[in-house]
Design a protein around this ligand. Structure first.
Ligand code: C5P
Length: 237
């Protein structure tokens, strides 16, 4: 099997507050994206990484990666992203060499995913699952509401049974043909999806969950950066 990791890193990261695009912000003095790329390269299964950069900053991301001394034994391609995450992933898939048969899609915004989680996802695809997502049980109870204007009370529609819910992370692993088909079909339908596995589900292809990891959390809001710095400091101690 030839496994590639596609890292969508073309988001603006507005929820993190003002500043540089999220993937380029520092974490322990190193850009978030560099942590994410290293996390993929550390996995023995991964042979190649495709980074999907903001369309106006491909050269900047290329030189950023080159300046951080990443191992040269594995190829790192940098390509231009799109307006949505879904489009960015599609553009990343289009940049894969022919021999790649397994794809891990990993958010740049999850810089601290442990190598064991990456390997476990790749192994589950290798073992025959067409689509694999790492996920964790929820700490919070979840309500479904009828969304209203920001700040106004929202009517509750229902409460799904928490024990049956999982919060999904990345890397999500796929057979390449399955993910490519999902992106072609869903893009043609013009519908958005918040994760890649969701698109594969719509094809009717089975998706399985494997255990995720607390440290694979997504750096989205300012508090997440505080947590990420603390996790990194603990690892370095
Ligand atoms: O916005 P969100 O946190 O869901 O983004 C998840 C990942 O998708 C991030 O790594 C972000 O950089 C990436 N993304 C992208 N292209 C976009 C929007 C988001 O590559 N247009």
């Amino acid at each position: 099997h030839v496994v590639a990791a596609v890292i969508p890193a073309a988001g603006r990261g507005v929820r993190l507050g003002p500043g540089a695009p999220k993937a380029l912000r520092g974490l322990g003095g190193v850009p978030i994206l560099v942590h994410a790329v290293r996390a993929m390269l550390r996995a023995r299964a991964v042979g190649l990484v495709v980074v999907v950069a903001p369309a106006d900053d491909v050269a900047g991301v290329r030189s950023l990666l080159d300046s951080h001394g990443l191992p040269e034994s594995k190829e790192i391609r940098v390509v231009a992203g799109g307006e949505t995450r879904q489009e960015s992933v599609r553009l990343g898939l289009a940049a894969l060499p022919a021999e790649v048969d397994t794809v891990l899609v990993h958010d740049a915004a999850r810089p601290l995913v442990p190598v064991d989680t990456v390997e476990a996802v790749a192994a589950a695809v290798r073992a025959g699952a067409p689509a694999v997502v790492p996920a964790l049980p929820l700490a919070d109870t979840v309500k479904e509401v009828t969304p209203g204007p920001p700040g106004s009370p929202e009517p509750v529609v229902g409460t799904p049974e928490r024990a049956r819910l999982r919060a999904v992370q990345t890397p999500q692993g796929f057979r390449r043909d399955v993910l490519t088909e999902a992106h072609e079909k869903i893009a043609a339908e013009g519908e958005g999806a918040t994760d890649d596995a969701g698109m594969v589900e719509r094809l009717g292809v089975p998706v399985v969950v494997v255990p995720g990891h607390e440290e694979a959390f997504k750096v989205t809001r300012p508090l997440d950066l505080v947590l990420a710095e603390a996790v990194l400091a603990r690892r370095r101690a």
